[in-house]
Design a protein around this ligand. Sequence first.
Ligand SMILES: C[S@@+](CC[C@H](N)C(=O)[O-])C[C@H]1O[C@@H](n2cnc3c(N)ncnc32)[C@H](O)[C@@H]1O
Length: 242
Amino acid sequence: MTQHQPNPSALRSLGSRGLPVPAYLSAHYWWAYVHPNAVQVFERQWLVNLILWGNYPRLSTAALGALGSPIRGSVLQIACAYGDITPRMVGQLDADASLDVVDILPVQLSNLAAKLEPDDRVHLHCMNSAALKFDSASFDQVVLFFLLHEQPADVRLDTVREAARVLRPGGRLLIVDYSNPVWFHPLRYLWKPVLKVLEPFARDLLDHGIDPWVPAALPLALKTQRRFFGGLYQMLSFERSS
Ligand SMILES: C[S@@+](CC[C@H](N)C(=O)[O-])C[C@H]1O[C@@H](n2cnc3c(N)ncnc32)[C@H](O)[C@@H]1O
């Protein structure tokens, strides 16, 4: 397992060495995550909020509330996110809680490290969400904040399977992502063509929500489901059943 303290200079020493960049990221998201200038452009609170139609505070606050206050035990955040959700998560950690964050791009891990104070409870890892290097049943809570809509269906399924695997029985999987909005939602018709160009895999979630991506065979029981902004977004909380 690659493990790094959240020290910006230590993370920068990773340089461009990392895992192979998945084809879907370099083909469709080079502009948002892979390009060396992406971080400078997108790491702006107002911009991530704008991309979510002003819903970033509600969605991030709902996710942080669901994780607990304070957050206890071991938490895994799968994939970095622009904005302040991870620093706020760290601020909510109990004294003996821990947060591990994985991302496949060293540049994103460096960016996250620069947003965090050095903290022994927090560890960043260069890892593929579809093939996590953690032991099974090793986390109390796992968070997927707006990752699944960016992944093709096969990778998305592997990511959810891996999230379930590393969760201990009784642990919580929290997913926040796009969903199928109500039929009269104007963005249902206006936003889809935009996403088709910019985020081609998001369409699946707008049409069907996340439920089809959590196969019944997985040991995950849906506990709560909250919808936001006319159903364009949702937060699902699953408990690992066995
Ligand atoms: C969480 S998602 C999008 C979050 C949302 N747009 C935001 O920033 O708030 C973006 C991150 O997912 C990462 N990512 C995409 N595919 C991945 C994979 N297979 N494994 C690990 N990280 C991945 C990208 O490198 C990027 O940092």
